[in-house]
Design a protein around this ligand. Structure first.
Ligand code: ADP
Ligand code: MG
Length: 601
């Protein structure tokens, strides 16, 4: 068969992002895996010893190479994947620079064993530090084995920079996992010092691959993501909040099948999770972005670990809306036009207003938000006893968002615990709910929606305006957010340089002193971590407001109010975390309780 590999001409060489491909053992594994994938292998075996320092061996059942091509493959800038400068636009293969094998061979003892179908025998080439030491013919099946021993044996300075075996092996494990996720139809087996670390047979979907690679705990917390815009398609899985990790390594992203780390993608994922997760925590995400090849430049990084998007904003929107829709049932940005309120309430009456509307008839002892719940339709008359468990109340309003998995309203109500906890149950679990967190989530979603459509919350005039003075920096921050405060129900006027007259306060404040809230809000306004992202800052302010407005104590809560809250949660379709990322419920399986009681069944 005709040889495929050609040496690139000078012009193309000068245009490919030059640089050292081989930095550590994992770089070797990466290049060899890319070659195996490009060779259409459906089964790949990876063996390493001593973190890859002593040995990296990758064996594939791909198309292999002819006798001559085996020699060509070891030349610098020899490739079968690119012929002209034009091919650099819209690269469809993993490799394209033709320098990996040559670079690896120059810093190791490399053995290339390969056979393509039309050759009767395979070719073995032995190279040491770039110099050919021998070649022979052997009988073998079609495919390729590349064995790389004693990496950097001839470059002691580079060898010194390598980390311990476990660290180097850890990088390789992570890489092999990424390849296994990106190519589910390819079987991967992987050993470290003879011990099998991964054995993933070929499967037909990413989900089946995830099923093999991840623990049950992870699998059960994944939500599927599927989204398509004019920019491209997105599919994959994200961890259900509050399932969070402390570093970005849990966010695995692939662009056109290539594992990349990318700031646009990472910030879109963080953005989609911004009101569902504590700051500084990261979701588990396995996301595949597929774009037309000409929309991505993969030729910007020596190890091809970064890419450049022609239209980064469109990629950002694809990600943020796709992930947000998967999590909440709605895109991140509201569609144009008025929004459907998700809380059951008379048209255009934000839920927070109920607090004051009903206040005059209320017992002064009762907490403000309990009143809010009581005023919601579909809750019946407030009662004083806790009702029988499993009594399912009617949730009479149509669902406007994707309903929550497992209906809250079907839960049995057991009672209240001191603080803000409710005790509930279903057939299998005892469930403790933090109703402050639940309320906060509902209020925040409502505030956010109102903010986006420009709705204002009701305010209560103060008989005597309160005057607050702030140092200049605080005063400026406050002055620049007066519109948000007005929308939330404050009436504040600036007078003089640093003074503000508070003439009205939100009804939901329920006669509480506005000063501590204003102070907390100013703190958020001054948070430098949010500099340059006004939308995020606005959301942080709304979170602070929601936290203040949500009721803290469950003492005064009536059963009907608890039911109303559960109904609201069903309708909201909101994720089961408060806006800061804390879970709304904790479950204790009855089976665990039985076990701890020493019961056999
Ligand atoms: P690149 O992948 O950028 O082309 P490499 O140096 O990695 O450069 O490989 C050079 C060439 O060797 C490839 O273009 C391909 O033709 C051939 N080759 C390398 N590895 C394999 C393999 N596992 N199976 C078949 N052909 C391979
Ligand atoms: Mg390659």
């Amino acid at each position: 068969m005709a040889n495929r590999i050609r040496i690139l001409d000078e012009k193309v060489i000068n245009r490919i992002a030059a640089g050292e491909v081989v930095e550590r053992p994992v770089s070797v594994v990466k290049e060899l895996l890319e070659n195996a994938i490009d060779a259409q292998a459906v089964s790949i075996r990876i063996d390493i010893e001593n973190g890859g320092k002593k040995l990296v061996r990758v064996q594939d059942n791909g198309i292999g190479m002819s006798h001559d091509d085996a020699f060509n493959a070891l030349e610098r800038h020899a490739t079968s994947k690119l012929t002209s400068e034009r091919d650099l636009v819209g690269i469809a293969t993993m490799g394209f620079r033709g320098e990996a094998l040559a670079s690896i061979a120059s810093v190791s003892r490399l053995k290339l064993i390969t056979r393509e179908e039309s050759d009767p025998a395979g070719t073995v080439l032995v190279v040491e530090g770039g110099a050919l030491r021998g070649s022979e013919q052997i009988g073998m099946g079609v495919g390729t084995i590349v064995e790389v021993r004693n990496l950097f044996f001839n470059v002691p300075v580079r060898r010194k920079f390598l980390k311990g075996n476990e660290t180097e092996a850890g990088h390789i494990r992570e890489l092999v996992t990424k390849f296994a996720l990106a190519f589910p139809s390819v079987g991967f087996s992987y050993t470290e010092d003879g011990k099998v670390k991964m054995d993933a047979p070929p499967v037909s979907s990413t989900f089946e691959r995830i099923y093999t690679l991840y623990s049950r705990d992870v699998r059960e917390n994944l939500i599927e993501v599927r989204h398509e815009t004019r920019a491209g398609t997105l599919h994959g899985y994200v961890g259900r909040p509050p399932y969070a990790r402390s570093n970005l390594r849990s966010v695995l992203t692939f662009v056109n099948g290539r594992s990349v780390r990318d700031r646009v993608i990472n910030s879109a994922v963080s953005r989609a999770f911004s009101n569902l997760m504590e700051r500084g925590r990261y979701p588990l995400a396995i996301l595949f972005v597929d774009l037309p090849p000409e929309e991505v430049d993969v030729n910007v990084h020596p190890q091809k670990a970064e890419v450049r998007f022609v239209r980064p904003q469109e990629v950002f929107d694809l990600l943020v809306d796709g992930v947000h829709t998967a999590l909440t049932g709605a895109p991140f940005r509201p569609p144009p036009g008025p929004l459907e309120p998700i809380l059951p309430r008379p048209p255009s009456t934000p839920v927070l207003r109920h607090m004051r509307e009903d206040k005059p008839e209320q017992d002064p002892e009762r907490s403000p938000s309990a009143t809010a719940s009581a005023a919601l339709p579909g809750t019946g008359q407030p009662g004083s006893e806790l009702g029988p468990p499993n009594q399912v109340p009617e949730c009479s309003h149509p669902l406007s968002l994707a309903p929550q998995e497992g209906r809250y309203s079907a839960l049995g109500i057991v009672g209240k615990l001191p603080g803000s906890f409710l005790v509930l149950h279903d057939d299998q679990d005892l469930i403790v709910m933090d109703h402050h967190a639940a309320h906060e989530r509902l209020l925040f979603d409502d505030l956010l929606r109102s903010d986006r459509v420009g709705e204002r919350f009701e305010s209560q005039d103060l008989l005597i305006p309160r005057v607050f003075s702030y140092p200049p920096v605080e005063a400026r921050a406050l002055a620049s957010h007066l519109d948000l405060l007005h929308a939330a129900g404050f009436r504040i006027e600036e007078f003089g340089d640093n003074d503000f007259a508070v003439k009205g306060v939100p009804s939901w404040l329920n006669d509480q002193d506005p000063e501590p809230l204003l102070n907390s809000l100013i703190e958020v306004m001054l948070d430098t971590g949010l500099r340059g992202d006004p939308a995020r800052k606005r959301e942080e302010l709304l979170k602070t407001i929601a936290c203040r407005a949500a009721m803290k104590e469950s003492k005064a809560m009536q059963t009907e109010e608890i039911r109303a809250l559960l109904c609201q949660l069903d309708r909201s379709g909101s994720p089961a975390v408060c806006p800061h990322g804390r879970p709304l419920t904790v479950r204790m399986p009855f089976s665990d309780i039985r076990k701890r009681m020493g019961r056999k069944s």
